[in-house]
Design a binder for this molecule. Structure first.
Ligand code: NOJ
Length: 553
């Protein structure tokens, strides 16, 4: 496949480094641990890994508070460890994407230490400093996504600095050209080292209203952030020029990629592709809000297809480090989903029995088939391939700052728990007595070793779907068209010059008869490993079952 392009035709796997594999026995995952597990990823068949931040950080927001963009936190290893990981990933044809956090640094970053030292420091303007209003109130009404006002008073100079997230995460000032140049150098530092791309954190917030006008109120939320319209503190039009500059830098290297986190509706996300000169991909988080409903999924798929500018490539996500894992979301009885934290991508789970919900497995299988057969780059979240669920974390072990600043029920810890490699007490993740977050409970057989032995497992379904997607250009590159289907069923066609793939996914809890048209079946894959082999495209799917048929044209 000479025109294979990894970020368009391949599949990206997100790793939360703290939780993938602990190689040095301190209870926290590290880069050497990831390197040791590359064979699992190669066996599975993913094309790229995205590492959540592993740069030096006080870990106030677990790495999303960066203290040095050009090094590795000792907790995770060294730059030499990173280079080894990169080289070994490349040997296996796995690309490596880093998580770049341009909106804010840690308050311990050298730049901020300088900036806060005096009003006339050379780096003062690299951050956003303002005086309080004459009556002593905040410079404006902006709020932090993590609760409370977005301004923090600083005694040294008597001014306040802006922070969209924690007060330990001061916002950078992208209107300062020196700061912009320094951030470009950061990208070049990693690109020169051979990094294949960047996931860009909250890119929709890097430019804000230059006059810092108040946001209009929009009462109705439990949380301060939700009580205003974010007209002036995000999605500023000036962001697009910054993106074009970032794109020019990455395009000056071969086959590098930018994928942006844009916490806005799909209509806005689509604008971040520019005219093919901004992001390669904008995260499409629409599925994170989708109930278990074929019609809703169809609506979201068609919406993103329709909104994207010509030539732009879609993507799909079911889980990540900020939202409850989808095996838990969809394993819940209907109506258990609680409203989410402000600015976050989806609902938190209501507290409930851990993991063992009925239906969760069959739904995880069907969701996997959908994610891996759509037109658009799939992003997998570590552990979804074995059906990991959210793990309830006792209050005295909560780590996520949101548990403190907002509410314990909004903690993201449950979706960040260690990867389960085998059925031993610490799941093969660590030799430490106490891992940084609890390992379980997970449903029985939720581990890599057990599932590798079982061809009917979810893990094998992921592996088979990844192989099918890779081997069939209809699936990795073909066009998308929704097909008519009985209620509760999602059917679609993916078409290339040489073949057609038709997919039927029964989201309902009843069997359904489905006709996938004519054509000779050359390959097929069923979510249910014991389903009968389809001999025609007229078939009957059991509740929560799905099938992919590859047909000759
Ligand atoms: C979005 C990241 O995904 C989230 O984990 C983080 O807390 C915020 N940005 C702040 O960087």
């Amino acid at each position: 496949m000479s025109d294979w392009l990894w970020w368009r035709d391949g599949v990206v796997y997100q790793i939360y480094p703290r939780s993938f594999q602990d190689a040095n026995g301190d209870g926290v995952g590290d880069l050497e641990g990831i390197r040791q597990r590359l064979d699992h990823l190669a066996w599975l068949g993913v094309d790229a890994i995205w590492l959540s931040p592993c740069f030096p950080s006080p870990m106030a927001d677990f790495g999303y508070d960066v203290a040095d963009y050009c090094d590795i936190d000792p907790l995770f290893g060294t730059l030499a460890d990173f280079d080894r990981l990169l080289a070994d990933a490349h040997t296996r044809n796995i690309k490596v994407v880093l998580d770049w956090v341009p909106n804010h640094t840690s308050d311990r970053h050298g730049w901020f230490v300088e900036s806060r030292a005096s009003r006339d420091n050379a780096k003062r303007d690299w951050y956003v400093w303002r005086d309080a209003k004459p009556d002593g109130s905040m410079p404006n009404n902006w709020t932090s996504m993590f609760g409370g006002p977005a301004w923090e008073p600083d005694d040294t100079t008597g001014q306040l600095y802006l922070h969209s997230f924690l007060k330990e995460q001061p916002d950078l000032n992208w209107r300062n050209p020196e700061l912009v140049e320094a951030m470009h150098d950061v990208l070049r530092f990693w690109l020169d080292r051979g990094v294949d791309g960047f996931r860009i954190d909250v890119i929709h917030r890097i430019a804000k209203d230059a006059a810092l006008r108040d946001n209009p109120p929009a009462p109705g939320s439990l949380y301060t952030w939700g009580n205003q319209r974010h007209d002036h503190d995000e999605n500023h039009p000036d962001i697009h020029a910054e993106l074009r500059a970032l794109r020019a830098i990455t395009d000056s290297y071969r086959e590098r990629m930018l994928v942006g986190e844009i916490g806005l509706p799909p209509k806005e996300v689509a604008t971040y592709y520019g005219d093919g000169d901004e992001l390669h991909l904008g995260f499409n988080f629409a599925f994170l809000h989708c109930p278990w409903d074929a019609a809703r999924f169809r609506t979201e798929i068609e919406r993103f297809e329709r909104l994207l500018p010509p030539g732009a490539w879609p993507d799909f996500v079911l889980s990540n480090h900020d939202v409850p894992r989808h095996a838990s979301r969809y394993g819940q009885p209907a109506g258990r989903e609680a409203p989410g934290p402000p600015g976050h991508q989806t609902g938190r789970e209501a507290p409930g029995p851990p993991g063992h919900q009925t239906g969760g497995d069959a739904r995880a299988r069907l969701a996997a088939m959908m994610l891996l057969t759509l037109r658009g780059t799939p992003f997998l979240y570590y552990g979804e391939e074995i059906g990991m669920r959210n793990v309830p974390v006792p209050e005295d072990r909560l780590q996520d700052p949101l548990a403190r600043t907002l509410h314990p029920s909004l903690s993201r810890d449950p979706e960040r728990t260690p990867m389960c490699w085998n059925a031993t007490p610490n799941a093969g993740f660590t030799t430490a007595a106490t891992p940084w977050l609890p390992i379980g409970p997970q449903p029985p057989r939720t581990d890599v070793a057990t599932q590798r032995e079982d061809r009917a497992s979810l893990l094998w379904l992921y592996k088979n779907l990844l192989a099918l997607r890779r081997n069939h250009d209809s699936l990795h590159r073909g066009s998308y068209r929704s097909l008519d289907a009985p209620e509760g069923v999602l059917t679609y066609e993916r078409r290339s010059n040489s073949e057609i793939a038709r997919v039927a996914l029964n989201f309902s809890d009843q069997p359904r008869n489905i006709s996938l048209g004519s054509g000779r079946i050359t390959h097929q894959l069923h979510t249910n490993a014991s389903a009968a082999v389809a001999t025609s495209a007229d078939l009957r799917l059991g509740p929560c079952e799905g099938v992919v048929l590859i047909l000759t044209t």
